[in-house]
Design a protein around this ligand. Structure first.
Ligand SMILES: C[S@@+](CC[C@H](N)C(=O)[O-])C[C@H]1O[C@@H](n2cnc3c(N)ncnc32)[C@H](O)[C@@H]1O
Length: 217
């Protein structure tokens, strides 16, 4: 997906992927899985996700997002005063527990954001076409340490019934993309109303799955 596609979505406010409520998997599973010592979560391709405000109640949140509108609106929507400054190729927006780097994920270095206990991916991997998915995972691996856990939410539907984004990612895709990782699927939720955030799809089935993914030791 070209950057211009996403910039247009933000300029035209066509944000069908944006979920106004905190994702149910976060409520259901994150606190059970997080350790008291966990301090930092990274949210790649974060949009203006409400999930970041939820996560910031528990630990430092670092997001990365291409769109200036998304970064600005995240702080406005959540009524959080922010500081803004230029850091190399990135515009940096920060508040107490929140830090957003506006710019291209593929240019973001782990040194800039520091070590992370969690990576939270809801609608990041599935936003990318197949040709970019392995590139995304290959860059994401740089943000892992031996203790980092990826909280990955995927979407599954018959691939022939909808051209993305979002792109369907099934369990075989996850195993292939994350072949150097340990992968565990811990939850599946059938979206029987076929509704994904603000969009309704005409597909035979729509499933969200939650995977916890760690580096193979
Ligand atoms: C489908 S949206 C999901 C946003 C968010 N994760 C959520 O759950 O609402 C994908 C987001 O990725 C951003 N994006 C796409 N390519 C990117 C890139 N190369 N670097 C940083 N952000 C990117 C887009 O601007 C868009 O906001």
């Amino acid at each position: 997906m070209e950057s211009s596609f996403w910039h247009k979505c933000w300029e035209r406010n066509t944000l069908g992927f944006h979920q106004r409520e905190v994702h149910p998997f976060l409520h259901q599973y994150f606190n059970q899985l997080a350790l008291p010592t966990d301090q930092h979560v990274f949210v790649p391709l974060c949009g203006k996700s409400t999930d970041m405000a939820y996560l910031a109640q528990f630990m430092q949140v670092t997001g990365n997002e291409l769109s200036e509108i998304a970064c600005r609106d995240f702080f406005i929507d959540n009524n959080i005063p922010l500081e803004r400054k230029r850091l190399g190729e990135f515009e940096h927006y920060s508040a107490d527990q929140l830090s957003l780097y506006q710019g291209d994920f593929f240019k973001l270095s782990p040194e800039l954001i520091g070590s992370v206990d969690w990576i939270y991916d809801r609608a990041a991997l599935i936003a990318l076409p197949e040709i970019m998915q392995q590139q995304y995972v290959d860059h994401l691996v740089h943000f892992f340490s031996s203790d980092t856990r990826l909280f990955l939410v995927t979407l599954e539907f018959p691939k022939t019934q909808l051209s993305g984004p979002p792109f369907a990612i099934d369990s075989a895709d996850v195993s292939r993309l994350f072949s150097q990782f340990d992968v565990e699927c811990i939850a599946t939720n059938e979206l029987s109303n076929k509704q994904f955030a603000q969009r309704t799809f005409e597909v035979d089935y729509l499933l969200e799955r939650l995977y916890i993914i760690t580096l193979k030791i």
